[in-house]
Design a protein around this ligand. Structure first.
Ligand SMILES: *Cc1c(COP(=O)(O)O)cnc(C)c1O
Length: 403
């Protein structure tokens, strides 16, 4: 048997044994190998019908009545409770709405305020130096507004750096470029030992691996829903505020939707209790209800099984890349160790931008991240092992052709 035959054979066996394989039918997909679900998840089949119903019946016919009769007003908390089990949170701690960027702002300023801030001698925010840029920009502004200094550092250095002056720490759970999974339990414990609060950004982990927010005592967390959660382009993000902090959570964006009595129309602000204190203004109902529908694919799907398949997919991809790509043309920057790997593989490669264009033209869709990274995301709900083999084989052919 040739090496290719052997890998094709392995892929077929892995697909046959894959208990999650049936879920693929719930998505709109075609013959393209879609390895960009960590940027924009695929469309669940039931979403178009639900969106049409929301537009035509709920909006078109019921109009204003839908705020109560169709459950529009309470959608942010209701959908937050659907996201909760996917990130290991009990109900009542997550609210859906706004973008991740806006929620990073609420969470970081909220965390500084919860810590006591500069008045209590806590005048420093630590931020993941390799963070997705928006988190870094927002953290800079949050630091200026709260009178803190901002110190970028490697997440692994947080335990040694956190101290009596630390107010809050912001870390990406999985690095969007390298796919490195950071130590959420260890970093959270170290930040707490320093008396500070931690904000985790779950954009690249939620829906791909167990997060355990409650189990590990995380203070605040944010994440988007259009990557591994398949909520659709620009679908609303979420904010987690641990129950023990909710009573003191002082949002920097206290809009009328988070008022204790929103329709009291009072001049003075009084915050609502619970997760809805994280709301701001009128929710984006069309996107929000598309997200609610898309989360139905998770019914009965254990996140642990998703994690197991995710690691098997990335392991198999690395093995196929080693077999098909001429030595020295790509270098993985994704950790080999399972405990440090998210659900993507990032390969450094000369001319990565043009290589990705060639891959896409040949039906393998990943993405390019500057300056030289080919990024492949593996969504366990709909990516199969035969596709993984094909992606690596096409990459090998493209790189053979160019060298
Ligand atoms: C995708 C991503 C974002 C996106 O933020 P938006 O406000 O939705 O544009 C933010 N942070 C991280 C870590 C991400 O991966």
């Amino acid at each position: 048997m040739s090496e290719t035959e052997a890998l094709l054979d392995r892929a077929a066996k892995l697909d046959k044994a894959d208990e999650l394989a049936v879920l693929r039918e719930q998505f709109v997909l075609d013959e393209v190998v879609y390895l960009d679900g960590n940027s924009l998840g695929a469309l669940p089949r039931s979403v178009p019908g639900r969106v049409a119903d929301v537009v035509q019946r709920e909006w078109g016919r019921l109009r204003i009545r839908s705020w109560t009769e169709s459950g529009w007003w309470t959608a942010p908390e209701r959908i937050g409770d659907l996201v909760a089990p996917l990130v290991g949170a009990a109900a009542g701690q997550i609210v859906v709405g706004d973008s991740t960027s806006v929620n990073v702002f609420k969470a970081v300023v909220g965390a500084v305020r919860l810590s006591g801030g500069p008045e209590a001698g806590r005048d420093e925010i630590l931020v993941d130096e390799s963070t997705f840029p928006t988190d870094g920009y927002i953290a800079q502004s949050a630091a200026r507004l709260t009178g803190c200094t901002l110190r970028p550092l490697a997440p692994a250095d947080v335990p040694a750096a956190a101290g009596p002056r630390t107010a809050a720490v912001l870390v990406n759970h999985v690095d969007y470029r390298t796919g490195r999974l950071h130590d959420l339990p260890g970093i959270t414990a170290a930040v707490h030992a320093a008396g500070a609060l931690v904000v985790w950004d779950l954009c690249h982990s939620a829906g791909a691996l167990p997060v355990g927010l409650d189990e590990h005592g995380v203070d605040l967390a944010v994440g988007c829903t259009y990557k591994y959660l398949n909520g659709g382009p620009g679908s609303p993000a979420y904010l987690y505020v641990a129950e023990r902090h909710q009573g003191d959570f002082d949002s920097p964006l206290p809009g009328w939707n988070s008022h204790a009595e929103p329709f009291g129309m009072r001049p003075g602000y009084a915050p609502a209790d619970g997760a809805l204190r994280g709301r701001v203004g009128t929710p984006d109902i069309l996107s929000m209800l598309a997200l609610e529908e898309s989360l139905k694919v998770w019914e009965g799907v254990p996140v642990e099984a998703v994690r197991e398949k995710s690691l098997a997919l990335t392991d198999f991809f690395l093995e196929c890349v080693a077999a098909y790509v001429p030595a020295g043309l790509v270098a993985s920057i994704t950790p080999e160790v399972h405990a440090e790997r998210g659900s993507q593989v990032a390969l450094r490669c000369d001319g990565a931008d043009a290589v990705m264009d060639d891959l896409i033209a040949r039906g393998v869709v990943g993405d390019f991240r500057a300056p030289d990274v080919l990024r492949f995301g593996f969504t366990p709900l709909y990516v199969g092992f035969a596709e993984v083999e094909r992606a690596a084989r096409v990459l090998g052919e493209v790189l053979h052709g160019r060298s």
